[in-house]
Design a protein around this ligand. Structure first.
Ligand SMILES: *[C@@H]1O[C@H](CO)[C@@H](O)[C@H](O)[C@H]1NC(C)=O
Length: 237
């Protein structure tokens, strides 16, 4: 009993010292807390004033001259990974930040939270929101999204590459369903990516190359129809 009491007393003392007695490294400036990534101290006349970033931001140690609360993906919280308790709301695990859609596998959607209010955003086709990097990346590089192979309008890489396409080795090409300038490749036969022919060219499904529109009857008018002032914006194959 006695021993336990003494022990917790000592622990309590140490904790109190650690959290309150921040030593200002210089008489003025902004300095990170040693335990909490979202806590920092403003030193004035050598005395620390404890400050806290808004829920979702962490303190970015750039220079003692600046107090800057930033997105976690811009900051290394090494050895000070604690954070204040989260204040979640629908789609927002914390009040501020960019977050994955809570629906597992809904990889291309993400939410921007400002003061706990969420707005939905979507990555381009073939990309998935990377929660640790805070932006959109090829879906096969995003944990949990490797299997999200749909790139465009339901296009999936076929299980087996057709013999005629095996000349492309690791990147067989497929026509794009409705855009003459584009085609799809299946990297290693399984990871789809959208590619575009150089401007002025269209994808020729016969020789499987980017070609002049004159050589591809179904795409002959592709650029003419897209010229400024034209009514039709999307040439359909
Ligand atoms: C993915 O998230 C978006 C935005 O919330 C939503 O509109 C869409 O229905 C979701 N899709 C799936 C498959 O959950």
């Amino acid at each position: 009993m006695e021993y336990n009491g003494l022990f917790s007393f000592v622990i309590l003392q140490v904790m109190t010292l650690a959290s309150c007695q921040f030593q200002c490294p210089s008489s003025s400036g902004f300095y990170p807390d040693t335990v909490y990534c979202d806590k920092y101290y403003e030193c004035r006349g050598g005395k620390p004033i404890q400050r806290l970033c808004e829920d979702g931001y962490v303190f970015n140690v750039i220079s003692p001259l600046y107090s800057r609360c930033d997105y976690p993906f811009n900051v290394e919280c090494r050895n000070r990974e604690e954070r204040q308790p989260a204040q979640p709301s629908p789609y927002c695990p914390r009040r501020f930040g960019l977050f994955q859609d809570p629906n597992p596998g809904n990889c291309s959607y993400f939410w921007q939270c400002v003061n706990g209010r969420a707005t939905s955003h979507r990555c381009q086709d073939g990309l998935a929101f990377h929660p640790r990097k805070g932006n959109c990346h090829w879906s096969h590089t995003v944990p949990g999204c490797e299997q999200k192979l749909e790139v465009h309008q339901g296009f999936k890489c076929p299980q087996k590459t057709p013999t005629a396409l095996q000349v492309f080795a690791i990147a067989p090409r497929y026509p794009h369903p409705n855009d003459c300038n584009k085609f799809l490749i299946c990297l290693y036969g399984r990871i789809p990516r959208i590619m575009a022919c150089p401007r002025g060219k269209v994808y020729n499904t016969v020789n499987m190359q980017c070609d002049k529109p004159e050589n591809v009857p179904e795409c002959l008018l592709y650029y003419k129809e897209r010229a400024p002032g034209s009514k039709q914006d999307n040439a359909v194959r």
